[in-house]
Design a protein around this ligand. Structure first.
Ligand code: PHE
Length: 448
């Protein structure tokens, strides 16, 4: 089985596929809304620090687990440790992928609805209030979000069936650079808005008194979410990476890209938030309430809006594919089921759960847990608890369970190049990351 495993074609192919997984709704939708809710700059600083100091070593560890075992996460953990119980870490990732994909598909569906409305020129001339009530009507229609969720889940399934090389690489190569350019254009436009200085100071002048255990845990969760860590996606992608590829360079490149895209989104959103009198703590609706106002006032905004929401859809699908890969490869490899059947099973399951998430957002929906909508619970629980837990298991595994030489060989490509940072990475993986994540969990549970 191992030798037949597909590999990424070109060097750019790996960056494009991993970058496609990493850059997604996490950067464009989730980062701005969490940053808005958790104190702006204070949140940004903690998020950036965690992304570089803790998340990169975790990403390297996931690559190492995947590449050395060349198999799906569950099999990777159990075969490298020779203990079946470690397979549970892989199972956790599968559960996480189900939870994330469910609410992720709903928001990707919103992007499709906004694409449709942009094409129909529905936003032209609308006030911020009208845009808000339009979104409200959409959510409360019940069925309209479900249709788009279904479209998105089926599209994801289709790419997964297309296979690694053909499906993922091709679309990423062309469209991700385009998304980057559009974001830069929006940032340039931000400088002309009346709320520019308020937006910039919200994002860059930190009020350190706002940092507390919850903010740190949310930033940690966001770093994991945005870098696709703690779930097994990077283990799967690691299993497709060629032996001679330098994973350190890859991890550094995608992390820098990821943080840059998040900051650019923040710069595109917050000046507009303050210009149009939108509340930065609007939650998951934030970018959808904000951007249509921006598109209205820029020249050629009609087209920019169409291209933007189309690219958000593409960014979302290249990420959702990496999540569905976790699920389908598990079902097909472990349960020995044909790939198309396992894809169909994944698509159906995600559509059912995604529908529940979408319906839970309606006013007075009974689909709540502890007063929060199922959507919010899925979003919060997966990123703040499940991903950090998955990440914790992966560093404990690499630091304490996996053969030290196998790990070192993975990071240095069997010593073919000197990795000066190796001792630092090893130290973070063995001690710092496990301690930091455990402390945060303890504070969440009220122990400290
Ligand atoms: N990183 C993706 C994003 O930012 C989401 C994701 C999370 C993908 C976990 C895979 C695994 O949108």
């Amino acid at each position: 089985m191992n030798n037949k495993r597909a590999k990424f074609g070109s060097r750019f192919g790996v960056i494009a596929a991993v970058g496609g997984s990493v850059v997604g709704l996490g950067n464009i939708w989730r980062f701005p809304y969490l940053c808005g809710e958790n104190g702006g700059a204070a949140f940004l600083i903690v998020y950036i620090a965690i992304s570089f100091m803790i998340a990169i070593p975790i990403m390297l560890s996931e690559f190492a687990i995947g590449r050395s075992s060349r198999s799906n996460p569950m099999h990777a953990y159990s075969s490298l440790s020779k203990k079946r119980s470690w397979g549970l870490a892989g199972l956790l990732g599968i559960a996480t992928s189900i939870v994330i994909l469910s609410f992720y598909s709903v928001i990707a569906g919103w992007a499709l609805e906004f694409l449709r409305e942009s094409i129909a020129d529905n936003f032209g001339g609308s006030s911020p209030e009208a845009i808000k009530s339009n979104l409200n009507t959409f959510i409360n229609s019940g069925w309209r979000p479900l249709v788009w969720t279904l479209v998105f889940v089926i599209a994801t399934g289709a790419v997964v069936l297309g296979g690694v090389e053909k499906g993922i690489e091709r679309i990423n190569k062309i469209l991700m650079p385009l998304l980057f350019l559009i974001l830069i254009g929006l940032v340039i436009n931000s400088t002309t808005l009346s709320g520019f200085s308020d937006g910039v100071s919200f994002l860059f002048s930190p009020d350190f008194s706002k940092i507390n255990g919850t903010v740190i845990l949310k930033a940690l969760g966001q770093a994991f979410f945005s870098l696709s860590l703690g779930m097994g996606s990077m283990i799967i992608y690691g299993s497709y990476i060629k032996r001679q590829e330098r994973t350190m360079k890859l991890a550094a490149t995608v992390s820098v890209t990821d943080v840059t895209v998040a900051v650019l989104s923040g710069l595109a959103i917050f000046p507009a938030v303050f210009s149009f009198g939108i509340n930065p703590t609007s939650g998951p609706e934030l970018i959808f309430l904000t951007l249509p106002n921006v598109f209205q006032q820029i020249p050629g905004g009609y087209f920019v809006s169409i291209i933007f929401f189309f690219l958000v859809f593409i960014a979302a699908i290249t990420s959702s594919v990496s999540m569905m890969e976790v699920l389908t490869s598990y079902i097909s490899e472990e349960m020995k089921i044909k790939r198309w059947v396992s894809t169909l099973m994944s698509v159906s399951l995600i559509f059912i759960l995604g529908s529940l998430c979408a319906l839970s957002q309606m006013d007075n929906s009974p689909l709540t847990i502890g007063g929060k909508s199922l959507f919010d619970v899925f979003d919060n629980f997966s990123a703040t608890i499940m991903l950090p837990l998955g990440g914790l298991l992966s560093v404990i595994f690499c630091g304490w369970v996996m053969d030290k030489m196998v790990y070192k060989n993975e990071l240095t490509n069997h010593g073919s190049y000197g990795l000066k940072l190796y001792p630092v990475i090893r130290f973070i993986v063995k001690f710092i990351a496990p301690v930091v994540i455990s402390l945060l969990f303890m504070s969440l549970l009220g122990f400290i």
